[in-house]
Design a protein around this ligand. Sequence first.
Ligand code: PGA
Length: 250
Amino acid sequence: MARPRPLVAGNWKMNGSKVSLIEVESVKHGLSDITDVDIVICPPATLLSRATVVAGSSPVRIGGQDCHPRSSGAHTGDLAAEMLADAGATFVIVGHSERRADHREDDLTVRAKAEAAWRAGLTAILCVGETESQRRGGETLAVIDRQLANSVPDGTAPGNLVIAYEPVWAIGTGLTATPEIAEEAHAHLRSLMAGHWGDAGAAVRVLYGGSVTPENSAGLAAMPNVDGGLVGGASFDAGKFLGIISSFAA
Ligand code: PGA
């Protein structure tokens, strides 16, 4: 099967204000001849509308960082997937390990959020990954099996879902997984997806996330089952983000 088209997504987390939109502008202009990589920037929700205006008709897509399972209601402080779509988002991250930890989100909540994303016409970027102690205990593949089985909704397809393998010990720590460690998990995820959903599952993109930088992205991009990156810290700097994007370009 042909390799999926790469996707590089930036997750700004709880960082950024109006002035930070210059980074979106710089990514847009810096892309010049890169046409074979999909690009998404997920700013904080306060910047979504402005970011979509800045991205304009460029290849840069805008995404949310989380959504509520419901489409409206008495959920103070939450955002519905429909609201993200209304603000111009076309993607949304669900199940990030920081949300699983900070907001006690479990796999079934993550599944409901992915379904909410689909209901609103968004592509869900669904995160899975083991903690350091789970890796030390040899549980990595069992953990990601469980997360995938319980949180990926029925009806998944390359157009509505992206998986991000994000080992928790690698996020924001500078401890990137080696390309070989990433590849082992990605190949496993790909075969699980193919086992459940056949060719459509096998074509779902599997991104690597966890301390991706322009220095280590080429090694990750060389792995056959690494279809792109979910980039935190380095996505907040257009020069670094563009360096990572170019590693995934053909
Ligand atoms: P990081 O974050 O690149 O800063 O490690 C990745 C993520 O949390 O998505």
